[in-house]
Ligand binder design. Sequence first.
Ligand SMILES: *[C@@H]1O[C@H](CO)[C@@H](O)[C@H](O)[C@H]1NC(C)=O
Ligand SMILES: *[C@@H]1O[C@H](CO)[C@@H](O)[C@H](O)[C@H]1NC(C)=O
Ligand SMILES: *[C@@H]1O[C@H](CO)[C@@H](O)[C@H](O)[C@H]1NC(C)=O
Ligand SMILES: *[C@@H]1O[C@H](CO)[C@@H](O)[C@H](O)[C@H]1NC(C)=O
Ligand SMILES: *[C@@H]1O[C@H](CO)[C@@H](O)[C@H](O)[C@H]1NC(C)=O
Ligand SMILES: *[C@@H]1O[C@H](CO)[C@@H](O)[C@H](O)[C@H]1NC(C)=O
Ligand SMILES: *[C@@H]1O[C@H](CO)[C@@H](O)[C@H](O)[C@H]1NC(C)=O
Ligand SMILES: *[C@@H]1O[C@H](CO)[C@@H](O)[C@H](O)[C@H]1NC(C)=O
Length: 381
Amino acid sequence: MRFVVAIFAASMIGSALAHPGSPHPDAQGRYTLEAEGIKAQFIPYAATLTNLWVADKNGVQRDIVLGYDNASYYPVDPGHPVYNAIPGRYVNRIGNGTYSIDNVTYTTQKNDGPNTLHSGTNNWSFRNWNVSKVTNSSMTFSILDKSNSSLGMIGDVTASVTYTVSKNKWSISMDAVSKDQKTPIMLTQHTYFQLDAFARPDNRTIWKHTLSMPEAKRILKADGNALPTGEIADIPAGDMSDFWSAPRELGFASGNAKFENNCGNGCHGYNGAWAFNEKRNKRKTVLTLSSEWSGIKAALATDQDAVVLYTCNWNDGKTEFKSTQGVAGQDRFIPRDGCIAIEAQDYVDGINHPEWGRLKKQVFGPGQQYHWASSWTFGTM
Ligand SMILES: *[C@@H]1O[C@H](CO)[C@@H](O)[C@H](O)[C@H]1NC(C)=O
Ligand SMILES: *[C@@H]1O[C@H](CO)[C@@H](O)[C@H](O)[C@H]1NC(C)=O
Ligand SMILES: *[C@@H]1O[C@H](CO)[C@@H](O)[C@H](O)[C@H]1NC(C)=O
Ligand SMILES: *[C@@H]1O[C@H](CO)[C@@H](O)[C@H](O)[C@H]1NC(C)=O
Ligand SMILES: *[C@@H]1O[C@H](CO)[C@@H](O)[C@H](O)[C@H]1NC(C)=O
Ligand SMILES: *[C@@H]1O[C@H](CO)[C@@H](O)[C@H](O)[C@H]1NC(C)=O
Ligand SMILES: *[C@@H]1O[C@H](CO)[C@@H](O)[C@H](O)[C@H]1NC(C)=O
Ligand SMILES: *[C@@H]1O[C@H](CO)[C@@H](O)[C@H](O)[C@H]1NC(C)=O
């Protein structure tokens, strides 16, 4: 059963930017960070972003990420969509639940068909992180991941994520260290966006959002379980995965027969990994998501070399969005295809593809520092 609390709606919309952020959590345990043009709320569970408010083209504050009203629901939600959380220590899939480092083979938990997803049981998106620092505009969560606490993930890892808001901008940086063993480390912020906050009266799908990724000319080909095959293919202009040659609506290829199983068996739309051009300015925007209806535009800059996009095919229409979203008088359910997850990260399953040359960015041992940094800048079209 999914759950929702309606009582917060009116007050939250009205007061979205009325007061500054606070270094103390509210009654629900949410920390609020605030700066000009932006307000963001976080909970320690999975280092999750619960709410993100920016102004639309009419100056209306919109909560543009998915989540629940009730912060206590995240840990018990059986669906666990990893809403705006940090999965780890190695995100996405590990093919066949195995990998090798220095000729030693490790076996991980197969929790996604034949593969491992998000490191398996006890992954970081199921833990309460420690709050190690908090101000009105910035906070840091940290985690100690004991050796083998997720099957086959050897060596203690300490990690932290720092969220900062500044004018119209949400910045995220992550660090991780493995003190005594070489181990796979690959992280992301698993952010689900809906730039209309489900308030567009005639359409709540993501298909009319527009995506632009001029640096994403290659894609990791994947099998029916969304596991990369090893092939990295150039994306021809006009192809279903082409968001580089021009900005396109996410639904532009929806008439195409291939679209129906494009992200695995029975999965239509997108759930894949795009590789960015190696020679690019990492300070510049690499991806822009926008919606004509709200006029909201979100621009990603990242030091990561790839991005995973997932257009919410598996939503079954039975989960409600937050009371801070939607329109009074309409039902409150997230439809299939109602959102997009955007996850800047390294190449999926790179630990099993030495031929890609990603091992230095995915395997870390004593004395080596894992670092990840991205930012989202918001504006209107
Ligand atoms: C932080 O926010 C609180 C109100 O929530 C305010 O009283 C305080 O002055 C703010 N601190 C700074 C440094 O802005
Ligand atoms: C919030 O969710 C928790 C966990 O499911 C539940 O125990 C609690 O009653 C909920 N709170 C409200 C106000 O509904
Ligand atoms: C898959 O992993 C199993 C061990 O769990 C191993 O015996 C088998 O050889 C692996 N298959 C492939 C194709 O790598
Ligand atoms: C791994 O095995 C190969 C082939 O036996 C060997 O050449 C190499 O030195 C080994 N590497 C390590 C780190 O043990
Ligand atoms: C993460 O860990 C939880 C708790 O152990 C488990 O129920 C869940 O299946 C895991 N999630 C994934 C995607 O492996
Ligand atoms: C939080 O810190 C305590 C004390 O250092 C530690 O025992 C605990 O494992 C930490 N929690 C996480 C999730 O890392
Ligand atoms: C990891 O834990 C599993 C049991 O969950 C155990 O079988 C395995 O030997 C452990 N691996 C190491 C390296 O400790
Ligand atoms: C929403 O728009 C998409 C793309 O134009 C379309 O395929 C879909 O049928 C629309 N949904 C509704 C409920 O009108």
